[in-house]
Structures are given as structure tokens and as C-alpha cells.
Write a protein of this length. Structure first.
Length: 504
């Protein structure tokens, strides 16, 4: 009996040049995540936004992106992924110009919302195009690793590029960074990027779009508000409304002939387990990075620049883990490699629970190395386990999992630290006469201490910093427990996925 082996077509130079084109919006989105925080003081002085307006300027982009990722993944499947990418690039460039020259807080909020609308098209389009351009599993793994690395490089370069621009130019210059690369993308996309669409797609169900956006935005908003101010009745009401909308969305998808989200994807073990590992892996990474930056500045008293420099080894380890993942998976099954990545993170999180600058940096560096290996593989499995015609919606789900994981990590870890802090820093534990602001947050305590006599300031800071450190240690232990559960889950649920998943 003769067996004929089918060979998966390998990418040519055109596909690799196309990957370089797809790197442009990826780097840009990484930059955009970091530069706005640097510009906030300057634009506040110029536009005079209220505190709530400033929060919307910063947050509205993320809310709109999170709410539209699933929708835009589906739109790309139906109208063409290259076409959607080009529409999004043109829209992002136009909205960037509007934001750069905004003359009021209201106009800047509107421009940021438009940036979110355009940004929601870019990530699902780039990831789904990669899944179609690189059909060979090994090449696809490497291409996704490079794609993720560009995103991290953009995040690292953001503070440096933004700092240089803000020293020399108007705050609006940070929004102009992305215009030249997006114009370049529009010029070269057609010759270098192939078009892919699902010819069997029907019309887009607008009710499903509204329900998905309402559910995701409400839940993400509730998580962010919980991280900032703790649980309140209003936050719980918004969360409940989001969960109701999510339930209605799922019920509707089960009755539609052409659903916005094909729930059959979750019947694929590789898809559902990888999406869960990605979401909660990012929960841990986002939580620990957020707390580390706060710890450096508020507990150790480092400047923002010094804190950023101490984060560089952590970012470098993440890049090594991302680029190393395709080589690890050539020798190990995907499930085993993911389990190994989670196990590498365990001692890192245990180190973070010890506190101290060296322990936090070393621990988070180790954890970042292991978790980034996992994330590089989960992105590949999420898009690779979906049918080619559903790659857009699969990548949209992957990006939605990313947004949820990051928002959940910051919200839950922030709430844990706040609960520990307020449990220890009480009116009875603080010296008499110290403002109640010191009981709310460590940032408030640091501000209060600046106006106190030196011995009293030292006493307040020792108490509040110790309480905050205890909270960080508890959050690190919770994250460690999550990583152990994820290691067991991937080892158990993905044990049947051997090399045929990741090799041709």
C-alpha cells in the first residue's frame, strides 16, 4: 500500500516581506499604549480637562478596541482581511491627525474613540493574515513570534520616543508617530499582502454587534473601575448589565444561521484551552508588571525613568521567550512546551512574593520568560486550530482574550493590594493628626508624608509601604496559584496534541 504525503506550501520571500509590512501597525499599537501616559501632564495643562475627562481620554481607546475586536475579526472574514487592514490604517492615520491637533478635551476624547475603532481592525487583520500567509506550522510559529516581538518592541520604545518628542515638541506630536508608517503600509499593502475572505459569509447581524460590544465594554469598564476605586454599587450594576448582555449574545449566536461568533470553535480543545491559557497567562503578567512599577516608585522611591530602566531586563526576557518558543516546540509537543513555560514562571512568582528590588526584578524576569513562551504558542494554536475561513474571528477572539486578561489582572491584583493596604492602614494604626488621605492609597500616603516633619513622615511611610508590600506579596501568591492551575490544565487537556499539531 502506497501512502502519499501532502506537503503544506511554504512561505516565499513575498510572505516574509509581507510580514515586515504587518509589523508596522503592530509596532505602532505597542507605541500607542505607552506614549499617552507621558503626554497626559502636558495636554492637561493645555486643554484643561476635568479629572473624569482625562480618564476618558486615556481609557476610551481601550474600551472601544475591546468592544469591537470580535466584530472586526468577523468583518475581515467577510469583506477581506487586507481590505479591512487598509481601511483601518487609513482611519487610524486620520484619527491620529485629529487627536494631534485637538483644541478641546471633548474633541480629543472623540478622536481617541475613533482611534479605538480603527485600532480594533488592525490586530485581528494582521494576525489572521499571518495565519493565511504562513500555512506551514513551523513558519507560522516563527512569524507569530516575530509579530509579538514587534508589539513588545513598540511598548519598550514608547517611553523613549515619547520622551524625546515631548521635550522638543507639542504634546500632539505623540499622536503623529504612527502616520508615516501607516502611509507606507497603504502604499505597499496591495503588492505584498494577499487578500483572504470567507466566500460563504452572509450579512453581519447588527444586534449581535451591539450585544457583544455592550457586554465587553461593560465588563472591562467594571474591572478597570474596581482596580481604581474598589467595588461600588454602580460598578456592580455595570458588571451585571455586561454579564446579561453577554448571556443574550451567546443565546443569539446559537440561533443564527450566520453567527457573529461561531461557538463551534470552542468545541476544539486546542482553541478553548489555548484561549484560556492566554487570557489567564496575561492576567498574571499584566498584574505583576503593574504592581512592580508601582512598587519601584511608591515603595522604593525610584523615579519613573529609573523604574522604566529596571523593567528593561523583564522586557528583554519576554522577547527571548517569544522568539524562543518556535524552537522549543520543535522538540516538544505544544501542550508540554506550554506546561514547561508555566512551570518556569513558578519560581519567578515565588521570588516576587519575597519582595525587595532584586527579588522583584529577578522574579518578574523569570516569570516573563516562561509566560511569553506560552503566549507565543497560544496565539499560534488559537488561529491555527480554526478553519482558514474563520481565522479572522479566531484572531479577534484571541485579541479579546488579551484585553480581558490584562484588564482582569490589573483590576483583581489592584483590588487585592488595596484590600490588604486598607486593612492594615487604619485610623488607629496611623499617628494622630495624619490626613485620612494616607489611608486610601500608598500614593496618597506618600503625598501626605511630603508635608510632615521628618520623623513623622518616616513613621507613616514605613507603615504604609509595609502594608502595600504585604498586598503585593499576596497578589504574587495568588498569581502563583493561577500559574500552577494553568500548568496542570495544559498538561492534562493538551496531552493528546502531539507533534502533528505543530509540525508538518
Amino acid at each position: 500500500m502506497t501512502t502519499t504525503l501532502e506537503t503544506t506550501p511554504r512561505a516565499t520571500r513575498r510572505e516574509w516581506l509581507g510580514l515586515a509590512v504587518l509589523a508596522l501597525p503592530t509596532i505602532l499599537l505597542g507605541l500607542d499604549m505607552t506614549v499617552l501616559h507621558l503626554a497626559a501632564p502636558m495636554l492637561s495643562a493645555d486643554l484643561g480637562p476635568s479629572s473624569s475627562q482625562l480618564l476618558w481620554i486615556i481609557d476610551v481607546y481601550g474600551f472601544v478596541v475591546a468592544g469591537l475586536l470580535i466584530t472586526m475579526g468577523t468583518v475581515g472574514d467577510r469583506i477581506g482581511r487586507r481590505r479591512l487592514l487598509m481601511i483601518g490604517a487609513a482611519g487610524f492615520a486620520g484619527a491620529s491627525l485629529l487627536a494631534a491637533f485637538a483644541t478641546s478635551a471633548e474633541l480629543l476624547i472623540a478622536a481617541r474613540a475613533l482611534l479605538g475603532l480603527a485600532g480594533a481592525t488592525l490586530m485581528p487583520s494582521t494576525l489572521s493574515l499571518i495565519s493565511n500567509m504562513f500555512r506551514d506550522p513551523r513558519q507560522r510559529q516563527l512569524a507569530i513570534a516575530i509579530w509579538m516581538t514587534n508589539f513588545m518592541l513598540g511598548g519598550i520604545a514608547g517611553p523613549l520616543v515619547g520622551g524625546v518628542l515631548l521635550e522638543r515638541f507639542h504634546w500632539g506630536s505623540v499622536f503623529l508617530i504612527g502616520v508615516p508608517p501607516l502611509l507606507l503600509l497603504l502604499a505597499v499593502a496591495r503588492p505584498l499582502l494577499p487578500e483572504f475572505r470567507n466566500p460563504g459569509s452572509g450579512r453581519i447581524d447588527l444586534a449581535s454587534v451591539a450585544l457583544s460590544m455592550g457586554a465587553i465594554v461593560a465588563v472591562v469598564y467594571a474591572l478597570k473601575e474596581t482596580a481604581k476605586d474598589g467595588l461600588h454599587v454602580t460598578t456592580l450594576a455595570v458588571l451585571a448589565a455586561g454579564l446579561v448582555a453577554g448571556y443574550a449574545f451567546v443565546r443569539r449566536q446559537l440561533t443564527l444561521t450566520e453567527p457573529l461568533l461561531d461557538l463551534r470553535l470552542f468545541h476544539r480543545t486546542a482553541f478553548s484551552v489555548s484561549l484560556g491559557a492566554q487570557t489567564f497567562g496575561l492576567y498574571v503578567l499584566a498584574a505583576m508588571q503593574f504592581l512592580a512599577v508601582q512598587y519601584f516608585q511608591l515603595v522604593l522611591g525610584l523615579s519613573p525613568l529609573e523604574s522604566g530602566l529596571w523593567m528593561l531586563p523583564i522586557a528583554a526576557a519576554g522577547i527571548v521567550g517569544t522568539l524562543g518558543a518556535p524552537f522549543v516546540v520543535r522538540r516538544l509537543p505544544a501542550g508540554t512546551a506550554m506546561t514547561l513555560g508555566f512551570l518556569i514562571a513558578v519560581p519567578g512568582l515565588a521570588l516576587m512574593a519575597l519582595s525587595g528590588r532584586a527579588a522583584v526584578v529577578a522574579g518578574l524576569t523569570i516569570a516573563s520568560l516562561g509566560i511569553q513562551v506560552v503566549l507565543a504558542l497560544t496565539y499560534d494554536l488559537v488561529v491555527g486550530s480554526a478553519p482558514p475561513e474563520r481565522a479572522g474571528v479566531a484572531s479577534g477572539m484571541g485579541e479579546t482574550g488579551t484585553e480581558f486578561g490584562m484588564a482582569l489582572g490589573v483590576a483583581v491584583s489592584g483590588s487585592l493590594v488595596t484590600a490588604v493596604y486598607r486593612g492594615q492602614v487604619t485610623e488607629q494604626s496611623l499617628p494622630a493628626g495624619v490626613s485620612s488621605e494616607a489611608r486610601d492609597t500608598l500614593g496618597g500616603a506618600v503625598a501626605v508624608a511630603e508635608h510632615l516633619p521628618q520623623p513623622l513622615a518616616r513613621e507613616v511611610l514605613e507603615l504604609t509601604r509595609a502594608a502595600y508590600t504585604d498586598g503585593v506579596q499576596l497578589a504574587a501568591l495568588v498569581s502563583l496559584g493561577i500559574i500552577v492551575v494553568l500548568a496542570v490544565a495544559t498538561a492534562t487537556l493538551l496531552r493528546t496534541r502531539q507533534r502533528d499539531t505543530v509540525e508538518s
